[in-house]
Design a protein. Sequence first.
Length: 256
Amino acid sequence: MFRHTTLRFWALGLIAAAAVVVGVASATSDVLPVLLAGSAALVGGAISMALGEYVSVSSQRDTERALIEKERRALAEEPEAELAELVGLYEQQGLSHATATAVATELTGRDALKAHLAIELGIDQDDVVSPWHAALASAIAFTIGALLPMATILLVPHPTRILATFVAVLLALAVTGYVAAWIGGARRGRAVVRILIGGAIMLSSFGQISPQDARGVGGEGFVVVMAMLVMLGAVGSAVAWGLPAYLLALLGSRAF
């Protein structure tokens, strides 16, 4: 799960930064506007991903803690009923009543809370996700992904830099899709095609900014506008991802 999440943020960094730098490079041949806009996309995107992941994982952690506390209370107040429930759960998995009773009794004697959390909720109380670790991992993965299109478009000479960025990003996306499918045991060809189509569509749509658009705003103004749009998009993304997750977790924890 962690590897899939890291690959997802890496791919987001690739596409988001590439879309911005390709769009700006389509409007101007200067390096500075591309560098500033790409840096804004990298910083804004990394902050957005980190904030969204922190709030989302924090809400997940709060829900898990509420469920653990609920199960702990139930074991303290009604141990016999909880044991009978555990026996029933093992019987639903195909064990005979005698075997299910023996297994449930032995596991309850070792660690009743751990046994109930594992079979009922699929939770390991010693493996609750850290929101800080998740936020840091998402920011790092996004940043590393964003560095590839930025480096390509800044290092390759002007006549071919947009094409080179397209090729570099699509190749990286293809590798990402292949690795993600390999990790998950899915069909690799379909995963590669799917991520390539999505990446190509986004890059093409952002590459439609024309030099006339840039001149209409002015060189420096164009960079400022692009940077503001990227930062606003980052804040909006963090709110859109994090706020619903937080509210759902808040309602869920109160229900327990």
